[in-house]
Each structure stands twice: as structure tokens, then as C-alpha cells.
Design a protein. Structure first.
Length: 415
């Protein structure tokens, strides 16, 4: 009879704890406070010892100088006394009280001279030590704060869309290393979030475009039938316009989602060329509305994405043409390079725009005096996309009302 196999045993439990181990003595952790206390306390102690030693040497030198006799007895029998430091005692006609007074005055004078000399030399020594202490303190402070500079540089690189950068700070387990590790963990989560967002945008692009493209094809096939009833053709045209509007909305939303991120791959792009291409695309619509497009376009080369920058120019010029006056309207498109920036300015005639309505124009799905889209002039994402693209290129876009009606849109991008 075969033996019954033994039941499988449970896997052994891990012998290590994935969490960060707690120190046995937390108060012995080399924190920044303890390190700075030891550093600056040691510096003060060393400076005090040096200053005390210098003062001691200066005082000893002063005492050796003061040990010289104040006077010499030339003739003991006649009590004749001579002195180089106390010329007042050379007079042989002095009485005993006058002699003692002269000696006391000479001693006071020498003591004051020694104190003045000690004070001046001590001040010089203190000045020299102060210069050395400031230089040494500056060097040590830079060494202690160097991890902060590393963290700042990494944060600046991350702000430029490089989410793969990490600090990976080495050294003692202090507050700065804890801050760097926390920042690295945050960057890791951000990178995962942005990667998931990009994946979602790609999937949404495919899932949303496919049914709309199928609907457009079916409608176009139906409209191509010459025997279709007039009511059906009218309905097909309406549905086709609605489908086209939905496609524009989807494209605008996807472009808005992409442009909110920083531009990783950058190439030289001339704003003058971009503006000219946008004008060519809007030229037919401008002629139909009787809007004149003018302006001088000087070369202004920036580093960026040409497709997205063309979208900025196209949205601004389209808005300037569509929201214009019925007669004798004009749009002025100007490009130039000023003060290290590439400038694109689109000015147009049009209805009077209150200043308090300017900020609402850059919000998605908002138009002047309306909360949601409701006309055939667009989907309400043009200026939102333009602002997102400008921010992604490190620039900014601003608008201000034009005197007499219309807007002045200004895009500034770093060269």
C-alpha cells in the first residue's frame, strides 16, 4: 500500500522586516542639530583657545618688557640716580617725596603704555581670527548645506519634466537624508502617475476616435446615395456636423491632456513660419468673413514642438477671425524676438471685452458671457489649449482688451 504523501508545508516566514529599522538609541542619531551644535561649538572653542593663547603671549611679552628697572643708581654715596624711562628723577635736587612721586608717575605711565600696546595687539589678533573664523564657517556651512543644493538641483531638473532623476543622497542618516529619500519616493509615485496618465491618454485616443471615425464613414456613405430622401440627407448632414464637432472635442481634449506635460523632445521652431502656416489655414475663412489679415512676422526661433506651437498660432488666429466685427474687420499677427523671448502677438477687432472677463476666456468650455459651449464657432478649448502649450514650453500667454473692441493676445516663449 502506497504511503500517503505529506501535506505541503507553508512557506517559511521572511526573517527580515521590509520596514526601515528603528535605531536602538534614537537620541544618538547624527541629526543636523547635533552636527551643527558640535561643529559650531567646536569652532567657538577653538577660536577661544587661540584668542586666549595670543593674549597670554602678548601679556607675557609686556611683562618681560616691564621687568626692566626704572632707574639706576650712579653714585650710591651721593644718591645720584639716572633713568632713560623716567627723566624726571635725574635731577639730584629732588627731595625724597618728590623722588617717590616721580617714580610712581613713571610706573603709571609704563603700565598705561603696556595696556595700550596689549589692547591694540589683541584687537589685531581678534580681527585676524574673525576673518579666519568667517572663512572657515562659510566653507563648513557650504559643506553641511551641500545636500540641500543637490536636492534643489534635482527638483529643478524634475521641474523640467525629467521625472527619472533621483537624488540618491549618501551620508549620515540625518534629516537631510530623510528629506531626500522622501523626495525620491514622491518622484517615484509621480513618475508612475504620469506614465499611467500617458497610457490612459493613448488608450482613450484610440477608443474615442474609432467609433467617431466609423460614424463619419457610415454617414458619408449614406449621404453619397443620390436616391436617398431629402429628409434623410438633411438628417445625415446634421449628424455629420455633430460627429465632426465631437471629433474636434476629442482632439482638443487629448491635445489639452498632452500639452499639460512638459515637452521632452525639442527642436528649433520659427514662430514666424508657424504663424504663416496658421494664417494659410485660416485664409479662406477670413476671406469669407471679410476679415483682413496683416502684420509683420520677424524670425523668432524657439526650442519646442512644432505641431503644438502651430496649434497655439492656429487657435489664436481662428478665434481672432471668428470673433470679429461683421464689416471692415482685421487681424494683425506679429512675431519678433525681444529680451531673450520669442513673441507672438495676435490683435483683432471685435466686440468690446470687459477686463473682468479675460480670465474666463482661458477656462475650458467657457466663452465670453457664456458658461458652456453653444455655438458653431468651436468647442471652447482653443485658448485653454494655447495656455497649456505655452506653459509646457516654459512660456506664458496673456490677453488684454483692445481699445475700441477686440483683444490683444500675447504669447512669450523663452528662446
Amino acid at each position: 500500500m502506497a504511503a500517503t504523501p505529506a501535506p505541503p508545508q507553508a512557506p517559511p516566514k521572511p526573517t527580515w522586516d521590509p520596514r526601515r529599522p528603528e535605531p536602538t538609541f534614537p537620541w544618538l542619531r547624527p541629526t543636523i542639530r547635533i552636527r551643527l551644535t558640535l561643529l559650531y561649538g567646536g569652532m567657538f572653542l577653538i577660536a577661544g583657545i587661540l584668542l586666549l593663547s595670543i593674549i597670554y603671549l602678548l601679556a607675557a611679552q609686556g611683562l618681560r618688557t616691564g621687568n626692566q628697572p626704572l632707574f639706576k643708581i650712579v653714585d650710591f654715596n651721593a644718591l645720584r640716580v639716572t633713568s632713560t624711562d623716567c627723566p624726571g628723577v635725574d635731577n639730584g635736587n629732588l627731595s625724597l617725596s618728590e623722588f617717590n612721586a616721580a617714580i610712581s608717575a613713571c610706573i603709571d605711565h609704563q603700565r598705561q603704555a603696556a595696556l595700550d600696546s596689549l589692547l591694540s595687539r589683541s584687537l589685531l589678533a581678534l580681527l585676524g581670527l574673525a576673518v579666519i573664523a568667517f572663512a572657515f564657517g562659510y566653507a563648513m556651512a557650504g559643506r553641511v548645506l551641500s545636500p540641500l543644493g543637490r536636492i534643489t538641483r534635482t527638483a529643478r531638473a524634475v521641474a523640467g519634466s525629467d521625472l527619472s532623476r533621483r537624488i540618491e543622497l549618501d551620508g549620515p542618516d540625518d534629516e537631510l537624508k530623510e528629506l531626500a529619500d522622501t523626495f525620491d519616493d514622491m518622484l517615484e509615485r509621480l513618475q508612475r502617475a504620469f506614465t499611467a496618465q500617458q497610457r490612459f491618454v493613448g488608450n482613450a485616443s484610440h477608443e474615442l476616435r474609432t467609433p467617431l471615425a466609423i460614424n463619419r464613414t457610415l454617414l458619408e456613405v449614406q449621404l453619397s446615395d443620390p436616391h436617398a430622401p431629402m429628409e434623410l440627407q438633411q438628417l445625415g448632414k446634421t449628424l455629420l456636423a455633430t460627429n465632426e464637432r465631437s471629433e474636434q472635442l476629442v482632439e482638443g481634449l487629448l491635445l489639452l491632456a498632452r500639452s499639460d506635460n512638459q515637452i521632452v523632445e525639442r527642436k528649433p521652431v520659427d514662430l514666424a513660419e508657424v504663424a504663416s502656416q496658421a494664417i494659410d489655414q485660416v485664409h479662406g475663412e477670413a476671406e469669407a468673413k471679410g476679415v483682413e489679415i496683416r502684420g509683420e512676422r520677424k524670425p523668432a526661433v524657439v526650442q519646442g514642438n512644432g505641431v503644438l506651437l502651430e496649434r497655439i498660432a492656429l487657435n489664436l488666429v481662428q478665434n481672432a477671425v471668428r470673433y470679429n466685427v461683421p464689416e471692415e474687420g482685421w487681424v494683425e499677427v506679429v512675431t519678433d524676438a525681444q529680451h531673450g523671448q520669442a513673441i507672438l502677438v495676435v490683435t483683432n477687432t471685435g466686440p468690446v471685452v470687459p477686463a473682468y472677463e479675460i480670465d474666463n476666456l482661458f477656462e475650458p468650455f467657457r466663452r465670453l458671457r457664456t458658461e458652456r459651449t453653444g455655438s458653431d464657432k468651436g468647442v471652447g478649448l482653443g485658448l485653454s489649449i494655447a495656455r497649456s502649450v505655452a506653459r509646457a514650453h516654459g512660456g506664458r500667454i496673456s490677453a488684454q482688451p483692445r481699445e475700441g473692441g477686440g483683444l490683444v493676445m500675447r504669447v512669450a516663449l523663452p528662446i
